[in-house]
Write a protein that binds this ligand. Structure first.
Ligand code: A3D
Length: 320
């Protein structure tokens, strides 16, 4: 059987890391696409040359031609520009919206059957725009944010409790970053919910609140340290977890920015929710019941995402 074809649109920090992780895990052959000639070709060749030492079998190709993504099974999108000093949120939205239009059209023309994972920020608005521009089924276009946010939460909780990260599970909802909604009562250590761990004296509400805030600020913390860019190892690893769930039909339960119509009282929008990912793409949105406090946090996250989508519609009237 032919190896799956994985197209990576954007060959920057995350794109290169995605390519490396995908071949080391032998998920398929890679096409790295970027508009900056030389970057995708150079990274593809460099990673290919690591094959003999790492011991993987995969073909890697770097390109600036969308035709090379033809028939891709999966496309992971990191194309775009980051926010620079002096640039307003709307400036960034305007630039990355144009990028999403080009990427959406490229995918629609050459890889219309792909499962598409968007990583470009601002995430919830960009995945919405990418689905509109590509015209692919909403179940086949999803945003990566919740897996990363919950991985950060799990990492910080494992440090707090001195236990393996593998035994910490965490549940987050809502938009990416500032408005992320961590659900403490659904987050566990070895199956024990966090509120019970507070009662058991493992931690305090104050310490847990500080961990939640650090998780919300997780992206900014890395930017502050790196100074010249944003996180890329953990974001790439999170997207690969989602890609593997699709390619291997794993039916993983993962939080993603998915199209929600009907569940959680929503009438059709992209926002972070728990989903099941398998060969059908987003096979299910899990319609959990929230308590009053969680619902209020989720509602304000939903409003923040809607405001971003409205800003996109104001910038590009074809989206209205
Ligand atoms: P970076 O290293 O700048 O790579 C972006 C790449 O996109 C560059 O190589 C550009 O040449 C390329 N590019 C620009 N325009 C186009 C285009 N029209 N078509 C194809 N390629 C293009 O950034 P990065 O890899 O560090 O980050 C990529 C994106 O992910 C950014 O928007 C980040 O803000 C975002 N990001 C999201 C998360 C989430 O959790 C959602 C986390 C970290 C980064």
């Amino acid at each position: 059987m032919a190896r799956p074809k994985i197209a990576l649109i954007g060959a920057g920090q995350i794109g290169g890391t995605l390519a490396h992780l995908a071949v080391v895990k032998e998920l398929g052959d890679i096409v790295l696409f970027d508009i900056t000639d030389g970057t995708p070709q150079g990274k593809a060749l460099d990673i290919a040359e690591s094959g003999p030492s790492a011991g993987f079998d995969a073909k890697l190709k770097g390109t600036t031609d969308y035709a090379d993504i033809a028939g891709a099974d999966i496309c992971i999108v990191t194309a775009g520009v980051p926010r620079k000093p002096g640039m307003s949120r709307d400036d960034l939205l305007g630039i990355n919206l144009k990028v999403m239009r080009a990427v959406g059209e490229g995918i629609a023309t050459h890889a219309p059957d792909a499962f598409v994972i968007c990583i470009t920020n601002p995430l919830d608005a960009m995945v919405w725009a990418l689905q509109r521009f590509s015209g692919l089924a909403p179940a086949k276009v999803v945003g990566m944010a919740g897996v990363l946010d919950s991985a950060r939460f799990r990492h910080f909780l494992s440090l707090e409790f001195g236990v393996s990260m593998r035994d910490v599970s965490a549940f987050v909802l809502g938009g990416h970053g500032d408005t992320m909604v961590p659900l403490a009562r659904y987050s566990t250590v070895g199956g024990i919910p966090l509120p019970d761990l507070i009662k058991m004296g493992w931690t305090t509400q104050e310490r847990l609140d500080a961990i939640i805030q650090r998780t919300r600020d997780g992206g900014a913390e890395i930017v502050g340290l790196l100074k010249t860019g944003s996180a890329f190892y953990a974001p790439a690893t999170a997207a690969i977890e989602m890609a593997e769930a699709y390619l291997k039909d794993q039916k993983r339960v993962l939080p993603c920015a998915a199209w929600v119509k009907g569940a959680l009282g929503l009438d059709g929008m992209y926002v972070g929710v728990p989903t099941v990912i398998g060969a059908g793409g987003i096979e299910k949105v899990i319609n959990i019941k929230l308590n009053k406090e969680e619902q209020a946090m989720f509602d304000s996250s939903v409003e923040a995402v809607k405001a971003l989508v409205d800003a996109c519609k104001n910038i590009d009237s074809s989206l209205a």
